[in-house]
Design a protein around this ligand. Structure first.
Ligand SMILES: [Zn+2]
Length: 180
C-alpha cells in the first residue's frame, strides 16, 4: 500500500487515486524564498506540511482530482512597531482541484471558487507549500503586544506640533541590518 512518492515529483492523479498521504518536516532555509523574508539567521526553524490525495466521483467519466494541503511554519520576522524580532506563525489549510492543463486552470479559475491547478505527473508539492506559505506572510508583522511600551508619537500632539521628523522605520531597520 505504502508506495514511495517523491513530493517534488508527484504523480498527482495516482496520489489521488490511491488516497495517499505525504508529510514532511523540512529545515526553513530549504525554502529559499520564504527564508529570504526573514533575517536569514541559521537556526532550527522548520516547515511542516502534510498532503492528502482524493479522487471525487471515481465512477464518473471525469473524476475530480483533489489535493488537500496543511502547512505550518513559525517565521522569525521583525516587528514593524518596535523593530524587535517577532515570531509569526503561518498556517495553510487549502484544497486544490487539478484540471487537465494550465489553459483549463486559467480559463476556469475566474469562474470557480475552487483553487485550480494543472495536473502533472511530476508536480512539485514542496514548491506549492512554499507558494502558499509566502501568501500568508504579513506585510507588516507585529507583536500582539510589543515587549516594551512604545511612545505613540503619531498620537502625541506635542510631537506633531514640534514638527518632529519621524524617522522611517525601514530606514532604522536598514541601519540595524547594516550594523551601523
Ligand atoms: Zn513589537
Amino acid at each position: 500500500m505504502a508506495k514511495d512518492y517523491d513530493p517534488q515529483r508527484l504523480d498527482v492523479r495516482r496520489f489521488a487515486e490511491e488516497g495517499a498521504e505525504l508529510a514532511g518536516q523540512d529545515a526553513l532555509p530549504r525554502y529559499r524564498r520564504l527564508f529570504a523574508e526573514t533575517q536569514e539567521e541559521p537556526g532550527d526553524r522548520s516547515v511542516t506540511w502534510q498532503a492528502r490525495g482524493e479522487l471525487l466521483h471515481p465512477h464518473h467519466v471525469q473524476p475530480q482530482v483533489w489535493l488537500h494541503l496543511d502547512a505550518a511554519a513559525n517565521l522569525p520576522l521583525v516587528c514593524q512597531r518596535c523593530l524587535r524580532p517577532v515570531d509569526i506563525p503561518l498556517t495553510v489549510h487549502r484544497s486544490f482541484r487539478f484540471v487537465t492543463d494550465e489553459a483549463t486552470a486559467a480559463a476556469e479559475d475566474d469562474a470557480s471558487e475552487e483553487d485550480l491547478l494543472a495536473l502533472s505527473r511530476s508536480f512539485d508539492l514542496v514548491e506549492l507549500v512554499e507558494d502558499e506559505l509566502l501568501m500568508e506572510v504579513p506585510v507588516a508583522p507585529m507583536h500582539d503586544t510589543c515587549p516594551e511600551p512604545v511612545k505613540m508619537s503619531v498620537a502625541d500632539p506635542d510631537f506633531e506640533a514640534a514638527g518632529g521628523e519621524r524617522e522611517n522605520p525601514f530606514a532604522v531597520l536598514g541601519r540595524l541590518k547594516a550594523g551601523k
